[in-house]
Design a protein around this ligand. Sequence first.
Ligand code: ADP
Ligand code: MG
Length: 599
Amino acid sequence: DLQTLHRILQELDGQGYGGYKRLKGMYDLGDFRLSVDHVQVDPYAPPSKVRAIFTREALALPPGSADSREQRIAAADFLARGFLAAVTARQRGAGGSPRSSRAAPRGRWGHDSGADESRAITAYPCGQEVIERSTVVISGEHVEVRFEVGLPAAGRRVKGRSADRILTKALPEVLLSSLAPGHRDDDALIAHVELYLDQLALRDSLAERDLVAFVGDGAILPRRSGDSALPLERGAVPFESPQSLRVAVDLPSGRRVTGMGVPSGITVIVGGGYHGKSTLLAALSGGVYPHIGGDGREWVLTREDAVAIRAEDGRAVTGVDISPFITGLPTGVDTRAFTTTNASGSTSQAANLVEALETGTSAVLIDEDTSATNFMIRDDRMKRLIPAHKEPITPFVDRVEPMLTQTGVSTVLVAGGSGAFFDVADHVIAMESYQPRDVTREARQIAADTPLADESGTSGVNAREVPPFRARTPRIVQRNSLAPASKSKGSRARGRTEIQVGREHIDLSAVSQLVDPGQTTAIAHVIDQVGAGSGGNVALEQLASEVISRLEREGLDTLGRHAGHPGYLAAPRRQELHGAINRYRGLRLANDGDEEPAS
Ligand code: ADP
Ligand code: MG
């Protein structure tokens, strides 16, 4: 209990830093139990991992705010943000900027005692998305808050009294001021949960409305800067849906929202440069996750399984059937099981697209800015100069329709530089000064008035068979390729965009829908668990399904390495889990991806 904690810290004062190991354990501090799960080995090591465990009774969450799994995810998200804000405010109060606290060398805590006590506590970050995170977990009986504490040192000695003030005074203060009934804002909590449930309901209703996405009237799509997720504050033009695409949706809370429904099928976004096309597409791509109130994109929601596709030259590809787009490479390589350590712009984009189909996506999002031109289109002059049998690529403009009819996958595409897609588009939306206009009719008329010289509809490749989007044979992952011999420690995420597996680095910077570093860490842990698992080789789709349903059933904590405290994790989508494994250069398949299924 509290007295034990006081006593231990008193005894440790002035001893070698390693003495802190004794802290490991559980202490009843009255309002909550404090669990010290992992103690840092020295002052410069990553901070110690600590939990505060409240009973549901003590926190008395308002009724209806944490009963279902979805409510609990939203309520936990709310509490995590409250705790983060309280920690940040305390650090500001202590005169330090909250940013510098993470960057500051950890050993500095030894020097100036007032500030180090409020800087010692680190709350995990929260992005603009409401996703399941390991920061706060609400169960039937408990509410657990996970965070880190840099245990203070004077040189390499324990500062026991300072540690005592951190754990028994500063910590209870920030916890209670942000979480305890009477202190937290229950109206805001209820609104937070209600918004999330409405967003899920809207997102889940898209398919039955035959929509790929929804963009609410009044939405603020642009961000403050290229490296910020926060809304543009000045001069943002609110979104206003065109009449012809406007839909109204009634939500569980009783709220009704109106906005633009992006229909299933093939939708092309056109418009002059700098008129907001990419901003709209980026918002759609982020709309697979619900966003917090005030984000501006609260009512931008996209099919949960939608995947943003781009060119990514240099990436590795392992056994992917890109033959619906690319056949007859000059090397004679079989593109039905295409493998390379260094894909070109077009082959990488083809691989990204086919891999997205493998995840079972229902919609792909493509921006001209990040596409390989030769993957997207080919014009008449070029067809005359380079005959079909010398061009391995069947451009997307000729494959987008077969993809829709053969696989049911919709496409939303930004194309400001080419009218080639007018013939195949079901809908054409023009962005003009950041406002959408339905120009489908005009675009159709233009397509009819000015037919493309090549009427074959297959860019002159009709002489050659283009393989259909056949049901692909699952690619079977060699489990042990995920546990390479060069790997002595566990795989590690470095920020949002990189995972280190042994000597290999998986570069995820092109995986734009991986939005949170906690997702990346979670994927790194999954890779380890799969690599260490028994049960033989496994189809990638099956592997991803099993992992995702286990995380939904048992929670993110099952990925944790330290008993009780998983560190900072956030729930990844199956699409990004696939994306990471697919980009791993050490990936080995047990089949080449092209065998007929055993019958
Ligand atoms: P495009 O892809 O059509 O060339 P972008 O989407 O890249 O244009 O947008 C160009 C600029 O306009 C960006 O700086 C973006 O932040 C800004 N912008 C986009 N939408 C809006 C809006 N609704 N209101 C104000 N600025 C916007
Ligand atoms: Mg653009």
